[in-house]
Design a protein around this ligand. Structure first.
Ligand SMILES: NC(=O)c1ccc[n+]([C@@H]2O[C@H](COP(=O)([O-])OP(=O)(O)OC[C@H]3O[C@@H](n4cnc5c(N)ncnc54)[C@H](O)[C@@H]3O)[C@@H](O)[C@H]2O)c1
Length: 361
């Protein structure tokens, strides 16, 4: 990682290394990421036309022909018809193999635009300009792209690492606080699985941790990106250590599915992390103090620590079909301590029920 003046560069390694640039205003310093492109398609969440306009202008100033393509903001954009519409616009714009696609938006937008870039002409260069905390620290980094289909969420996708990610901190100014808090689930996760300094920063300024302009916001973002960059550099395709990023997500995904995606992702993952901590404690692997730290920190950032409902049978069934489970066996990422994630394979039903009882109200 290098930091010069206001800009931090975090390199993601692996088969096709790329840089994540963090700093205020960096989305308009896009020229070096355009490669040999003659044409650039900026595909953006329709609600973010103003933010995307600044990127379009910056591309235009670099002498590259630019087209602007709005897509529905949020999950509604991760759909087959939206993907088909993007392909049609790329065709009309004459986007070729050597051209570039840029996404501007939250994780839903970076996912669908990343998948469009992965599939157009069997893969063209993509640069992400994430605009939510979740997209900055998670969705835009790591090369996973996806859409939702009638078969389920994120079941159709591709690994397509970007050519670069521009994390423009100025873009957070318009982000609703609820979206910031949602993204903090992934930041806290990074703290628990790998970087305890993140947890200390949250504790040091609890009010600031709930706001994008908190005094440690930039460091929280950079540390989370660095953690993810380190993991995906070693394991792009989730064959090994990348599984650790799933901390809190096994129950989290089940809560989202059972509640028909009415529960925000970050809220579901927050409860999932407390559940995973309780599961590790029940299995004799984790000190109760660390479980208490989960509740304290997750509550501090404004996320829930318990699940209101007695829908265990439905959640248990949903976990069984999670796309990350293996065959009939359930696998959980649990902690043996802060920064020491391990896999708990096929835990006893009694342990699962004990852990769920500890998080349900
Ligand atoms: N590919 C991956 O590795 C990965 C990882 C995690 C999550 N995801 C995906 O990310 C998606 C969730 O992403 P998200 O939480 O960023 O939500 P999102 O993309 O749905 O955006 C949430 C809302 O915030 C608005 N918004 C975005 N940026 C804004 C800004 N700067 N100012 C004002 N409003 C803004 C959007 O228009 C939208 O209405 C899910 O589809 C999830 O599957 C992907």
């Amino acid at each position: 990682m290098t930091t010069t003046d206001a800009v931090t560069t975090i390199t993601v390694g692996g088969p096709a290394p790329y840089d994540v640039i963090v700093g205020p205003g960096v989305s308009t310093a896009i020229e070096p990421f355009l490669g040999a492109a003659a044409t650039c398609a900026v595909v953006h969440a329709d609600a973010l036309a103003k933010q995307a306009g600044a990127v379009v202008d910056a591309v235009g100033r670099s002498g590259v022909r630019v087209v602007s393509i709005p897509v529905p903001a949020g999950e509604g954009g991760k759909a087959l018809d939206v993907l088909a519409a993007i392909w049609a616009r790329l065709a009309t714009a004459g986007v070729t193999r050597t051209d570039v696609v840029v996404s501007v938006g939250g994780g839903a937008t970076t996912d669908v635009v990343g998948f469009a870039a992965a599939t157009w002409l069997r893969g063209v260069r993509v640069v992400h300009v994430p605009t939510t905390l979740l997209a900055m620290v998670d969705a835009a980094v790591g090369g996973k792209t996806a859409i939702n289909t009638t078969a389920g969420k994120n079941l159709v996708g591709a690994f397509h690492p970007p050519a670069g990610v521009l994390v423009d901190l100025d873009l957070l100014a318009s982000l609703p606080q609820s979206e910031w808090v949602n993204g903090m689930a992934e930041v806290v996760k990074a703290g628990f699985i790998a970087d305890p300094v993140i947890l200390d920063l949250v504790t040091a300024d609890p009010d600031g941790a709930r706001r994008c302009d908190g005094k440690h916001s930039r460091e929280l973002i950079e540390r989370s990106i660095r953690m993810k960059a380190g993991v995906v550099s070693a394991d792009l395709k989730e064959a090994g250590p990348r599984e650790m990023l799933n901390y809190g997500h096994t129950l989290g995904h089940a809560i989202e599915r059972v509640r028909d995606y009415a529960v925000p992702h970050g809220h579901a993952v927050a409860v999932g992390m407390v559940f995973a901590a309780e599961l590790a404690r029940a299995a004799g692997r984790l000190d109760p103090d660390v479980v208490a730290r989960h509740r304290e920190l997750i509550g501090t950032v404004g996320l829930p620590t318990s699940h209101d409902g007695d829908d265990w049978p439905a959640l248990r069934a949903a976990m069984q079909v999670d796309k990350k489970s293996r065959g009939a066996r359930l696998r959980f990422v649990v902690l043996e301590d802060i920064g020491r994630p391990v896999i708990l394979d096929d835990p006893d039903e009694g342990l699962l029920e004990e852990a769920f009882a500890a998080v349900s109200t």
